[in-house]
Design a protein around this ligand. Structure first.
Ligand SMILES: [Zn+2]
Length: 71
C-alpha cells in the first residue's frame, strides 16, 4: 500500500520522515544526534566556565542554567 502524501518530509540526511506527528523535520536518528550535540555543547560550556572562573564555579553554573532555561 503506497500512500503518496504531499506533506511528506525529508530529513537533511536524506531519510523520509514517516511520522506525521514529527515537528522537528529530522528523522529519529538525527533527532537523537542533535540532542547529543546540544547536550555536549552545554556540558562543554559549563566545563569552560568552571575552568575559567575557578572560585565562582557554583555561581557560574547557576547562571548558565538560568540562561539555558531562558533560551
Ligand atoms: Zn536524518
Amino acid at each position: 500500500m503506497e500512500n503518496k502524501n504531499k506533506s511528506e518530509k525529508n530529513c537533511p540526511c536524506g531519510r523520509i520522515i514517516t511520522d506525521p506527528k514529527n515537528k522537528t523535520g529530522l528523522c529519529p536518528k538525527c533527532q537523537k544526534t542533535g540532542v547529543n550535540i546540544v547536550s555536549a555543547l552545554g556540558v562543554a560550556g559549563i566545563v569552560f566556565l568552571v575552568k575559567k572562573n575557578g572560585g565562582k564555579i557554583i555561581k557560574s553554573t547557576f547562571d548558565v542554567v538560568k540562561n539555558i532555561k531562558k533560551f
